[in-house]
Write a protein that binds this ligand. Sequence first.
Ligand code: C5P
Length: 227
Amino acid sequence: MSDFHALVPAAGFGARMGHESPKQYLPLAGRPMIFHALATLCACEQISTVFVVLSPEDTQFQLYDVSRFGSKLQPLYCGGATRAESVLSGLLAAELEPDDWVLVHDAARPCLTLDYLHKLIDELRDDAVGGLLAVPVADTLKRADAAGRVLRTESREQLWQAQTPQMFRAGLLARALQQDKEVTDDASAIEALGYQPKLVACEPTNFKVTYPQDRLLAELLLNQKNK
Ligand code: C5P
């Protein structure tokens, strides 16, 4: 039977947050942001290892006490110049079996819940391709011109926003990422090989902390969850 592993790319800087410190370490509800996702992934009984892919220059991760995560957590100091390069480099360093499932999750999505993690695994464990958590687009979509004026309204029918975790077989994902190191998520690389990843419905609360104002919302949600 194939194993399940999580891989958290955390070698980015997060320039859009406008901070000196990499965004995964910004304090959020009393802990560095990355700790929230690591805690949820480590608490999932189906997942046997949680790899966290750090920049080779990272000096911060080792300053924290990560003993609470136990032996499941394995830091890998092999991040690359893009998210895709970090994931690929982590996959190669982790030396997984080609058929093992890997759940790639952004360090900057701290509000992932165990319920949705279980839902993703349950819906995909027998799937031929794999897939991802996502939410159907709710707002009306406008295409803008260079001056910020509406060119036209786009249909939102059958449009989804991709989230993470994204769950694929380690061998297939490594092959896909070797072909394209610029993709912004893992599913895009799989799609480029001609596969159709499955969309597993999640909630907007599993958003990525990207802009300074996102931190406040994430903090409210995490404080509510931890009550
Ligand atoms: O910058 P963005 O929010 O799109 O990053 C998504 C995830 O990819 C973050 O967890 C970030 O740390 C990671 N990343 C990485 N290596 C890079 C760039 C981003 O691991 N070179």
